[in-house]
Design a protein around this ligand. Structure first.
Ligand code: DC
Length: 230
């Protein structure tokens, strides 16, 4: 069987798309693109520029005047997104950004400009791209589309642990309710709502480690059965 050159990984908040996506990319020697970082980065920029989140024209104008690049850095060759030449990876994983990112990502013109950047990055192939609409809208031609699933409780537990590991002050109930309200907005928005592509492989990750999930995706990418070792 031939190798999948474009791998789309979609799914809800905190289901492990970027953890698993990075693992799959590194096993296959592919690049990894986390599109959530791009929506977060634009949200961060809007906060910096004091653009009101209901001013869709200003948000659209801002996104049309923003550049994105994928870099490869560090000894492990990790891929990161640069916005306007700057690595904002740290700034975007914060509460103010998470609170407002759904408002920015529901603006059609914002999505159009980000989708254009995402398709350009994927053009050379050999890429694992994670997000909400990769299999449905961004790369409908992807040879392998994965939709990751896990219950809200399981995802909240994972996110809670991740925040604790970063020594952030967190409350489990808050993590769970933030996650549910963000899922709700992603699922019910007008443009490119979160949903599996009709030809997506739905992978239930409940009770599996990230390594196990990555192995299944890697095996599928090589045309093997997901239960085989990759
Ligand atoms: O994957 P994440 O939590 O970092 O994504 C942040 C937000 O960006 C998410 O709540 C919805 C939005 N998003 C999107 O609308 N489309 C994508 N392809 C990726 C993310």
């Amino acid at each position: 069987a031939s190798k999948a050159l474009l791998i789309a990984i979609d799914g809800p908040v905190a289901v492990g798309k970027s953890t698993v996506g990075r693992m799959v990319a590194s096993r296959l020697g592919y690049r990894f693109v986390d599109t959530g970082t791009m929506y977060r980065a634009l949200t961060w920029k809007a906060i910096q520029q004091k653009i009101p989140f209901d001013d869709e024209a200003a948000l659209s104008h801002m996104s049309a005047n923003t550049t994105f690049q994928l870099t490869t850095s560090g000894s492990n060759g990790q891929n990161n997104i640069l916005m306007d030449g700057q690595d904002v990876g740290r700034q975007v994983r914060t509460a103010p950004v998470e609170k407002s990112v759904s408002l920015v990502s529901k603006v059609p013109e914002v999505r159009e400009s980000l989708v254009r950047h995402q398709r350009r990055i994927a053009q050379e192939g050999r890429v694992v791209m994670a997000g909400r609409d990769i299999g449905t809208v961004v790369l409908p031609q992807a040879e392998l589309k994965i939709f990751l699933a896990a219950s809200p409780l399981e995802r909240a537990r994972r996110r809670y642990q991740e925040l604790l590991d970063q020594s952030q002050k967190v409350n489990f109930e808050e993590v769970l309710s933030d996650l549910q309200s963000r899922d709700d907005m992603d699922i019910h928005r007008q443009v490119s709502p979160l949903k599996p592509a009709t030809d997506a492989y739905i992978l239930d990750t409940e009770g599996l480690t990230a390594e196990q999930v990555a192995n299944k995706i890697c095996a599928l990418a090589l045309g093997k059965s997901p239960s085989e070792t990759c």
